[in-house]
Each structure stands twice: as C-alpha cells, then as structure tokens.
Design a protein around this ligand. Structure first.
Ligand code: ATP
Ligand code: MG
Length: 563
C-alpha cells in the first residue's frame, strides 16, 4: 500500500472501533470492505467510502476487502469491474489478496436459502412483482399475507429447486422470507430473497437462472468474509434489522453494521443511474469526461489522489445528511497543486505584440522561477524575442478606471523580462485589434527599473517564434444550479445542465518546454490556473484541461465568516 500520512481526527466510527478494540469485541480484528456494485464507474461519493474503509483498516492495523456486489446480472459488466479496481488503486489503496465477489457465494447463499425453507422461514410465492408491491401495504397500512405463504416445507423445497432448474419463466415466482407482513419496517414484510432471471452473469455465466436479492446477499457476504465493521450509507439503516434477521436465523457470524451520511456535492449529481444517462445521451463525452464527478473524470481533469483523500478527511463522517460545497473540493486540490506544480507561461487567447526597438533575430534566455513555493524546484530558461504573444484580456484600448494592465501609452512589466510600453494599436478592416506595437526598456531586465519607476501590472507572455501551439479545454460546473434537482414544473434535472460547461480554445501558445509533455502532466499556467495534459495529447501537439482556476472562493468565504 502506498505510504501516506493519515490524520486522525476523532469521529463516531473511529470511536466505535476504538471501543470495540478496548472490549475485544472482535478479538482485536478490524476488517472492513468496500462493496461496489459493478454497474458503473466510481464517483467522488464512492471515494468517501473508499477512504473511510481502507483508511480505517490502515489506521488500526486491519485489512479492507474489495468486494463486488454482483447480484444483478442484467446491469453489470466486466468493464466496470476493471475500472473500479483501477480507481481504487489510483486513490492509493490496495486490497492485497482480498478481492471478492458476491457471486462467489452463490452456492452458499443457495444452501442458506434452503436452510431457511427447511426452518419454515422462507416460502415460494407465485404473486407477480406488482401483486407483491400491492400486498406489501404502506407506512400507515399493514401488508397482507400472500395466499402462498403457508405452503408446506416440502412443496417449497420442491418449487425452489425447480426454480433453480429453470422450469419457470422470469418473474413467475420468487422466494420470500417469512417474517412479518405487519411490521412497521417495510423491509421486514416478507422481503424477496430470490428472483428468477434467465440472464447470463459476467462471472458465473449460465450456471444460475435465479439470483439472490442484494439484501439477501450483502449481510451474509460480510459474514462469510469475517467483516467486523460493515460501514454503509444511511439508506441502509432500515435494512439492518433484515440483515440481522437473516444472520440470526442462519446462526452465522455477525458483523456490526454502521451507517454514515453519503456525500452530496453542490452542482453535481452522484447517482450512477444519472451518470450513465449523461454518458448514454451524449451530454458528456464519456465516463471520464473531465466534467464528470467520476474518479476517472476527475483524474483526467488533473485531480490528484492526495487532494481527494484530503477532501474526504476534511468532510469527515457524520450521521446527518448534508451537502458539501464544491469549493471545498477545489480548495483541497489547489492546496495540493500549489505545492507540486511547476509554473509556466501560456497564452490562451493570443494577441501579437511587436517590440519595435528589440533587435530582429535576437533571442535572450531569461530565468524563470519554477515554483515560488518550492525553492528546490529551481529555475528554467524561457526565450524572449522581438515578437511575443500576450493575453487578449491584458490589453484594453479604452481602459476603465480599475484596469491597470496594458493600454495605449501605458507601461507594464512582462513577467521575468522587461517593462514594455504600448505605442500603437493595429486593427484589421473590421476594427478588431490584431497587433500592438510596443517598445521595451532594456534597463528593466529581470523586472525593475533602475530609476525606481513603477508599473501597476505584471503580465505573462510567450515568444511567438518559440511558442508551442496547443488546444486548451476550459470547464465550468456541469450544472447551472447548485442543486440540480431544483426544477420548475415539467422540467427535469437535465434541464439544469450548463450549456457552457466546456469551452475549447485552439491556437493557444505555450512556452517551448511544454512541446512534448505526456498525458497526465500537471502544471500551473501563471495567472490562469492549474492545467493537466489530456490523453488526447500528441507529440508536439499538447491538449490541456484546466483542472481548476487559481481563485479560491472557498477560502475567501471561510475567511469572511471568520473561520
Ligand atoms: P449510486 O447511488 O451512485 O448508484 P450505490 O450506492 O448504488 O451508488 P454502490 O456500488 O452500491 O453504489 O456503492 C458502493 C459503496 O459506496 C456503498 O457502500 C455505498 O454506500 C458507497 N457510496 C455510494 N455513494 C456514496 C456517496 N455519495 N457517499 C458515500 N458513500 C457512497
Ligand atoms: Mg447500491
């Protein structure tokens, strides 16, 4: 496992584990698991669960299993299994030899179902799914018993075996637990344990045509693996009595389930069903689109595992639902990127500048600092010459009051280079500014004027003759509303998709050192943000994603709140 520092802030789960260690409840063992269903790619919400489960195991010298809860053959695919493994590893965690599949337990689960039938605790029901729903009742009304509820053990055994043998069509029968149709907990009103599904499973192939329900598989899978602390999200709180019931009836080892609040993030949808919809309907370019909250999307965007782990630690775990500000995630990211990223100069919307008094053909190699936060990162040389590009935004022909950058007659500093002054503005036939004619002051090399004269702005630049052309993709939130579910009548969450979430800029100019970066290379473009080379990058033709801008709105808000 990758070695990284774990900060130990107390939380209610750590308290429970420490108490269990003190009382020797599980013989000093700490065994957790991360149990994804392989029906989609992992998202940042899953990261919370991964960091929690693997993190706790690491902290208390235990182990964490990766278990695929693959009980639904119609929605699951091998592709998802592989991506999930890759994402967990990328986050920095390792399950070692403890890779499991609920489908490995199908035989055992079948045996246990037979055991419950023999004990008179399960029966084969001929009601349809709709009828079962109707008979279940509501929160205020008790359910009604199925007319098939009191079949004899022999008949149940026979029917269940024939279900398994494939004698009945899909949906015609189920196996149900015989618990209590009047229970105030709907999960205990004779829940379905097995359903008939003539579907090929990604691992067991055509061996089975009956499949256990998630609720009949999950708790027992934990039990089989000797999980001590089975940590899951709050929606399973109402399922716990059912898991307990199965385990008690079967008389098998009993893990302890602990529920915590799932992560919700502003401007984000997190359900796999919805993420799948975004992919299938082409609202994004794929599961790893840098706008997606998936781990592969965040990775492509340039997020680091360190930043995500820090975020997961900072949000903590609680019992109450809440929504976390996206700004906090970005804040954690900036903190990490600030430490590790080389600063470079890149011009996204170039405006040509000709230094009329700079000798033609001359090139100077100027020293630029790689990372002011990290002196050991050293310096590099950047070429300077007569024709440069600056950012279009850094010039205004008629500057308003608070605009201090370049304007006709005005002087600014070029980062790591000289003061330049704008003398003339060249326009095309349509009146657009296409070039600035400037002069530089040779006395100001390195940034200051010997006569003490000041400028109010420092701007970045790239030498035209040396520039590398690049495509740069800028992103905004995928949704325009902080809560994508806030919709008017007749609209859906998809109507809140942000039509401007992606802006593609071509013809961007980068300093020459970036010509041959590899996909995944991260750096800061000075003044513009942190960027990461996209897998679409080809030799000499970089494609960069903006990971995050430099402005930390979250830190600013916290400051103003006095926190
Ligand atoms: P989704 O609701 O996105 O489809 P899921 O809960 O169905 O997710 P699983 O594959 O069952 O997805 O999740 C695996 C584990 O990740 C579960 O233990 C689940 O509790 C946890 N998990 C899923 N979403 C979140 C979240 N937003 N925050 C924290 N944990 C989560
Ligand atoms: Mg689930």
């Amino acid at each position: 496992m990758e070695d990284f520092e774990v900060k130990r802030k107390p939380n209610f789960i750590r308290n429970i584990i420490e108490e269990d260690l003190r009382t020797n409840k599980f013989g000093g063992r700490v065994v957790t698991r991360f149990p994804p269903e392989p029906n989609g790619y992992l998202h940042i919400g899953h990261a919370k669960s991964i960091c929690l489960n693997f993190g706790l195991a690491q902290e208390y010298g235990g182990r964490c299993h990766l278990r695929f809860d693959d009980t639904n053959p119609t929605k699951e695919e091998e592709e998802y299994v592989e991506s999930i493994k890759e994402d967990v590893r990328w986050l920095g965690f390792d399950w070692g030899e403890h890779l499991y599949y609920a489908s490995d337990y199908f035989d055992q689960l079948y045996q246990w179902a037979v055991q419950l039938i023999r004990a008179g605790k399960a029966y084969v029901d001929d009601l349809t799914a709709d009828e079962i729903r109707e008979f279940r009742g509501t929160l205020t009304e008790p359910g009604r018993e199925s007319p098939y509820r009191n079949r004899s053990v022999e008949e149940n055994l026979d029917l269940f075996e024939r279900m398994r043998a494939g004698e009945f069509p899909d949906g015609s029968r189920t196996l149900r637990a015989k618990i209590d149709m009047a229970s105030p907990n709907l999960n205990l009103r004779d829940p379905v344990m097995y359903r008939i599904l003539h579907a090929r499973h990604h691992r067991t192939g055509d061996t089975w045509c009956i499949y256990p329900m998630y609720d009949f598989a999950h708790g027992q899978s934990d039990s089989i693996e000797g999980i001590t602390h089975s940590i899951c999200t709050l929606e399973f709180e109402d399922h716990r009595p059912l898991y307990d019931w199965y385990i008690e009836q079967l008389g098998i080892y009993h893990p302890q389930q602990i529920e915590f609040a799932r992560l919700n993030l502003t401007y984000t949808v997190m359900s796999k069903r919805r993420l799948l919809e975004l992919v299938r309907e082409g609202h994004v370019r794929g599961w790893d689109d840098p706008r997606m909250p998936t781990l592969c999307g965040l990775r492509r965007r340039g997020y680091t595992p360190e930043a995500i782990r820090e975020f997961c630690e900072r949000i903590g775990v609680a019992k109450a639902d809440s929504i976390v500000d996206y700004g906090l995630l970005e804040h954690c990211l900036r903190e990490d990127l600030n430490k590790r990223c080389t600063r470079v100069m890149a011009v996204l919307r170039p405006l040509r500048v000709v230094l009329e008094n700079y000798p033609e053909g001359q090139v100077e190699e100027l020293d630029a600092v790689n990372n002011p936060e990290d002196p050991s990162a050293g310096t590099r040389k950047v070429p300077f010459s007569r024709v440069l590009y600056i950012e279009r935004d850094d010039f205004m022909e008629e500057p308003p009051k608070k605009f201090y950058r370049l304007a006709p007659g005005r002087e600014v500093r070029l980062r790591y280079a000289y003061f330049i002054k704008c003398n003339d503005v060249i326009k095309d036939a349509a009146g657009n500014v296409v070039e600035l004619r400037c002069t530089y002051d040779p006395q100001t090399r390195g940034g200051d004027a010997p006569d003490g004269r000041k400028v109010k702005a420092t701007i970045h630049w790239v030498s035209a003759a040396h520039a590398v052309e690049a495509e740069v993709r800028l992103y905004d939130h995928l949704f325009v509303k902080s809560d994508p579910d806030e919709v008017e009548d007749g609209k859906t969450w998809k109507d809140n998709l942000n039509p401007r979430s992606l802006e593609v800029l071509t013809g961007c100019k980068l300093e020459p050192g970036l010509a041959n970066v590899a996909a995944g290379y991260r750096c800061q473009f000075e003044r513009l943000g942190y960027f990461c080379a996209d897998p679409d990058t080809a030799a000499g033709r970089p494609v960069f994603n903006r990971t995050v801008t430099l402005r930390d709105t979250w830190a600013k808000i916290q400051k103003s709140l006095g926190e």
